[in-house]
Design a protein around this ligand. Structure first.
Ligand SMILES: [Zn+2]
Length: 448
């Protein structure tokens, strides 16, 4: 009910146009004060059913946001090598020598059962590496509170010199002690911050689609990726060839040829979907540069969950197509309106197994961005809460019709495009120069 429009209310507005970054806590102070009052004292409220007043108490259960906002709310920076807020400093990420970005390739095998054959494959993942470590155990509230209590107080504000807590980016990624820890019950919450499934889905879709379609400037399979590949993986057939002083990139099994791309785009252009199910995807097709432009998050949602297996059906190698289809089915199951506990268990077991062969096929370290890593954890969270159902409600296509909704979608997707997970080059430069303030800010980031 709290997500129905008549019952939603605006708690606070953060002035723009620039995101406040870690100084978000300054704006959150009035909200936290009210939440403390609601917890300790409560407010007198009228009960319509009983026709009498009562003292209503309330607690904040969690926040829902996109990935950059997650960093601002939780205090754990979502940039750099330690970006994963679940694995924290246990993550086995590294920085790509040529690509320059943090890479989360081969971080999944740790989540497989100890006797799983993938763990012992020396050639199909990082060359020569066997995974013997056990799954990362997520820190509980008490442990985190203890860790956070040791952090020095950070002075907020844009004009303040950007100080970093010692060991930042090496042993931890803490930017600040988040103001939410002022809430007396915060450490007992099993889940404190959630990621919005739509953002993850769009990011995964963009990466998969642009790589398969080999979209110039957007594919993860670029020259730098192939150079990094030589250092990390054992994939001779994908390594760059030097012919007459020029580097030639051999065609990968997971990309389509020009004719095949034309077939896919032509199919999308002529595709007719039931009214209200999705917008006209044909308008996004650009046959000049073989790409798709201006896809809204709901378009990506439909494409990821329904069209990927159909679009690439006869064109990709079976092994590649199987991996993509499983990923598509995973999202479909995750976003279904009914999700039983046993479904959750199966999904949780399967996602790591789905992601592993994908890494094997797309042996491209640069394509292993954090969105894919976060998928591993997503199910952990949903075990405890049902946020995904809410997301599903939010994007119900029927909802797109009422006036105003279309606009909201548009705004959201603009922010999505610049927004999510993988820091772009600009962000990386900033990160190194110590500026955290220009993270994309999501306006759905405040708690509800
Ligand atoms: Zn992780």
């Amino acid at each position: 009910m709290c997500m129905d429009r008549p019952y939603m209310f605006l708690t606070l507005l953060v002035p723009g146009p620039k995101s406040p970054g870690r100084s978000l806590d300054v704006y959150l102070q009035p909200l936290i004060n009210e939440l403390k009052t609601l917890w300790d004292v409560g407010v007198e409220t009228y009960d319509v059913a009983k026709k009498q007043n009562f003292q209503m108490k309330a607690a904040l259960m969690w926040t829902v946001s996109d990935f950059p906002a997650y960093g601002m709310l939780s205090g754990w920076s979502t940039h750099g090598k330690l970006a994963c807020p679940y694995c924290m400093n246990e993550i086995k990420s590294f920085r790509l020598k040529h690509g320059g970005k943090p890479c989360f390739f081969d971080c999944h095998r740790q989540f497989l059962p100890l006797d799983h054959p993938y763990r012992y494959q020396k050639d199909n993942f990082t060359k020569g590496r066997i995974e013997r470590d056990e799954t990362v155990i997520r820190s509980i509230g008490d442990e985190l509170e203890e860790e956070i209590s040791l952090l020095l107080n950070i002075e907020f504000g844009r004009t303040k010199e950007k100080e970093r807590i010692e060991g930042f980016g090496k042993s931890h990624n803490w930017l600040k002690r988040s103001i939410f820890w002022d809430l007396p019950y915060w450490k007992t919450n099993l889940i404190r911050h959630n990621l919005d499934v739509m953002h993850i889905e769009k990011n995964v879709f963009d990466n998969v689609f642009n790589t398969v379609m080999d979209v110039k400037g957007k594919t993860k399979d670029n020259v730098k990726a192939r150079l990094d590949l030589q250092n990390i993986c054992n994939r001779r057939n994908l390594e760059l060839n030097e012919v007459n002083g020029k580097h030639i990139k051999p065609k990968a099994s997971y990309t389509l040829t020009k004719d095949e791309r034309h077939t896919v785009l032509k199919w999308i252009k002529d595709l007719r979907l039931p009214d209200g199910y999705a917008s006209n995807l044909g308008r996004c097709v650009n046959l000049d540069d073989y790409s798709m432009h201006g896809m809204k998050s709901h378009d990506c949602h439909v494409f990821m969950e329904r069209l990927i297996p159909l679009a690439f059906g006869d064109l990709l190698l079976e092994s590649v197509w199987n991996g993509l289809t499983e990923l598509s089915q995973f999202f479909r199951a995750l976003c279904s309106t009914v999700l039983s506990e046993s479904d959750m268990k199966t999904l949780e077991e399967n996602i790591v197994i789905t992601l592993s062969p994908l890494e094997e096929v797309y042996q491209e370290p640069s394509s292993s961005n954090l969105a894919r890593v976060v998928l591993d954890h997503e199910l952990d969270n949903i075990d405890i809460l049902t946020d995904v159902h809410r997301q599903e409600e939010e994007v119900n296509p029927d909802e797109l019709h009422p006036q105003g909704m279309e606009l909201e979608q548009e705004d959201e997707s603009d922010e999505l495009e610049e927004g999510f997970v993988e820091p772009n080059d600009e962000q990386l430069v900033e990160e190194e120069s110590g500026d955290e303030d220009d993270l994309t800010f999501s306006d759905n980031s405040s708690g509800n």
